[in-house]
Design a protein. Structure first.
Length: 88
């Protein structure tokens, strides 16, 4: 299991296009990935669930992954939300 915290930097938060990019990237991993904001959590591979978090710029999210590629998954998702591009 791997976990990481990240502050959302996108000025629109994790909404619409940024959420779609996040989910698309999450789906490339075999691990089960959960993203949390406070006491709410969502399956990172579900656009509808991710949008229900209503994550805004400046919010801190925790990404938890469990599986063979968990470490890579949390790091690449962190990089995406932190304003960079996910490294390959």
């Amino acid at each position: 299991m791997a976990s990481i915290e990240v502050t959302v930097t996108d000025d629109v938060g994790l909404h619409a296009r940024p959420a779609a990019l996040f989910v698309r990237l999450a789906k490339t991993f075999q691990s089960t990935i959960i993203v949390r904001k406070g006491d709410r959590e969502a399956n990172a591979k579900s656009i509808l669930r991710v949008l229900t978090l209503e994550a805004l710029q400046g919010d801190v999210l925790r990404i938890d992954a469990d599986g063979e590629d968990a470490e890579e998954a949390v790091q690449r998702l962190h990089d995406l939300l932190a304003g960079g591009t996910p490294h390959e």
